[in-house]
Design a protein around this ligand. Sequence first.
Ligand code: HEM
Length: 545
Amino acid sequence: MASKIPAMREISREEVAKHSKQGDLWVIIDSKVYDLSKFAALHPGGLGVLSDPEVAGQDATEIFYSLHRHEVLLKPGYARLQIGTLPGKKPQINANSVGAISKVPFAEPTWLSDGYYSPYYNESHRAFCAELRKFVETEVLPEAQLHEETGKHPSKALLARHAELGLHAMRLGPGKHLKGLTLMNGVVKPEEFDFFHELIATQEFVRIGARGYFDGFLAGMIIGLPPVVNFGKPELREKVVKEVLSGEKVISLAISEAFAGSDVAGLRCTAVKSEDGKYFTVNGTKKWITNAAFSDYFTVGCKTAKGLTVLLIPRGEGVETTPIKTAYSAAAGTAFITFDNVKVPVENVLGREDDGLRVILSNFNHERYGMSASSARSQRMIVEECLKWANQRKVFGKPLISQPVIRNKLAALIARVESVQSWLENIAYQMNNMSYEEQSLKLAGPIGLLKMECTRTAQETARDATQIFGGRAITRTGMGRLIEQYHRTVPFDAILGGGKSSNTTLSNVPISISFILRACAVAEDVLGDLGVRQAIKQMPPNVRL
Ligand code: HEM
């Protein structure tokens, strides 16, 4: 039975004014009356500010919103301080209802904004987005906010729910792994799921505003499972893909090492084949492995007799993970792994022995596409934060937005996010229409350039947003909490996303996969260089100025 919400009594401004001293202190915020008599002594902003004659017994709406986020009033512990409402008045400030589309300009991509059009998205994308947004806001967001602070990994129960909706599988993008699944309660059919659905899946998750937890929510699977799907032997593939996509097991990709960074050809983790040819013995370490702290399987790059081999290694004897403290939340489960004489059956080789580079690199373009998608969406969240803040914050009696210098920064913020989103959608459209081989040949360069542009502009956006929010941008709670988190974690995006390849590495790679390797780069400059080199390769020989 639904519980009854008690009707709030009406309280006049005159009555509120009578409660204006310590121990008997009421205030009005957005036409709601709060009794802060007992709370005042516990108030994180101090007792003194509440006893001020301009606050106690008065309408404190403006001062409240210049110091707190609206979400403070929604927390049950604070919401229950409300004792009444002003007669005949309705609250003006509303939290977005579940699943709502933000009305703040540029807070949503154009295709979702009221009254705008897009050639790319159809009804299936819209229905999928609406359903997913509800799930993310009601089920994921509360845990995300909590775990981001506590550093706890995503709960088994939520992972199971995510899997039940088919989202584990959808986060890998379109493909055969979706066959036969019911996706998002049937809102989208497996055969119609495309790169725009995937773009939506990624971008809706970003809205949880919890960067460490976001990575904790299966960033490892997104890069660790495709090698099993595409290169695993049928028996192994069937078992592992089923276990992971059902949420029962977690997998991560373990390539980088302290010695080799992400230079995949310089790895020192070794796999030595037994004389009877039945198993490998793996020894070595892996570092910076997202989700490894709670993974059951590891897709591991190992040095073998004549090259590099990728092995699927289950957690077991000789496998140990130690969490690494990083700048973001431990919810991501970033860990150091040691393999100590771990016996791995040859059936667990992904792809061909000594040909692991192909396996590792085959997913790089897709990975960078996903990273660009999340980077673009987090920039958009920052745009919304900045627009709201500049609009509500008053300085010297005037809104912050009345300062040309602030408007100028906002203009730059908006222009950047709209540019990268448009490019991203163009790439998604190309991917929808190209085969894997075509994507590798034609899109490795553009995707590299897009990722470079996303992460570079993201850092400019972080800097501008910090200027707009001032001191509030450096505190982990309160008004600028999202800006602080963004500024602290945004450099990650420029680093993640592939293996660094030196020219030496390139020269060791068979010609047949050189097109894949051209996608292999990590730092922004190298990605940019990759894009230009690809373009130059495609220059017609007969053109002159
Ligand atoms: C229902 C009433 C109120 C509640 C529940 C409340 C709650 C809080 C909370 C939770 C914080 C910590 C910062 C954050 O997480 O946002 C805070 C900070 C603060 N509050 Fe309040 N508050 C209330 C009313 C007021 C009012 C009327 C004033 C008027 C001056 C005020 C002044 C401050 C100040 C100055 C800070 C410190 C802000 C900062 O560090 O930037 N609060 N309050």
